[in-house]
Design a protein around this ligand. Structure first.
Ligand SMILES: *[C@@H]1O[C@H](CO)[C@@H](O)[C@H](O)[C@H]1NC(C)=O
Length: 185
């Protein structure tokens, strides 16, 4: 009887150890996969650069995927991101000066929305042209590609937190670190 109990005990022990060993082995495999693949490690770096860590990394992946690469792309995210950027800049401008004229506010929003200016510069500073996935025929340095990827980041953050304010704050930090152009902060 005692011997049987002992055998059962050993069997349980062995099962437990082999399961945890397999788990550990699988985890190590995942880890080396993550570290050695350029796209996931670029996403890690990007999150550090913008000072925001995604709960759902799939959203950032999608933000860094151009329409030429996949149907699961950043087109819609970049529209949301564009609105996030415009509203955070409007909010910031009005907080700074409640008496700002409609003309001046429109100008500020217009500047921030220009593809050739603000978002391409911001996107290039983050090195998005090296991160965004495009088809072999697409030039990932083209302003429209960099810009839509840049905007999509903030659409993705808004979805990740469920709050466009959070995304706007991340934008102001990313854009604001080296402002002067675009709009005065
Ligand atoms: C890609 O686009 C950038 C920016 O417009 C341009 O400077 C570069 O020459 C283009 N590269 C190719 C291979 O077309």
């Amino acid at each position: 009887m005692n011997f049987r109990c002992f055998k059962v005990f050993i069997a349980i022990l062995l099962t437990f150890f082999s399961v945890s060993w397999v788990n550990a082995a699988t985890k190590n495999e995942d880890r080396s996969f993550v570290l050695s693949s350029p796209f996931p490690s670029a996403l890690e770096t990007l999150q550090k650069q913008i000072g925001y860590t995604f709960k759902n990394i799939a959203l950032l992946k999608r933000a860094m995927t151009h329409a030429s690469f996949s149907e699961e792309n950043n087109k819609a995210l970049s529209i949301l991101g564009g609105h996030v950027i415009e509203s955070s800049v409007s909010l910031y401008s009005l907080e700074k000066d409640i008496d700002i004229s409609a003309k001046d506010l429109n100008q500020v929003v217009l500047e921030i929305s220009k593809v050739e200016a603000s978002c391409t510069i911001d996107g290039m500073q983050l090195g998005l042209e090296k991160v965004v996935r495009v088809s072999p025929k697409t030039n990932s340095s083209a302003p429209i590609v960099v810009c839509s990827a840049f905007r999509a980041i903030f659409g993705a953050i808004a979805l990740d937190t469920g709050k466009s304010d959070d995304a706007g704050n991340v934008f102001l930090k990313v854009h604001g670190r080296k402002v002067g152009r675009g709009f005065a902060m």
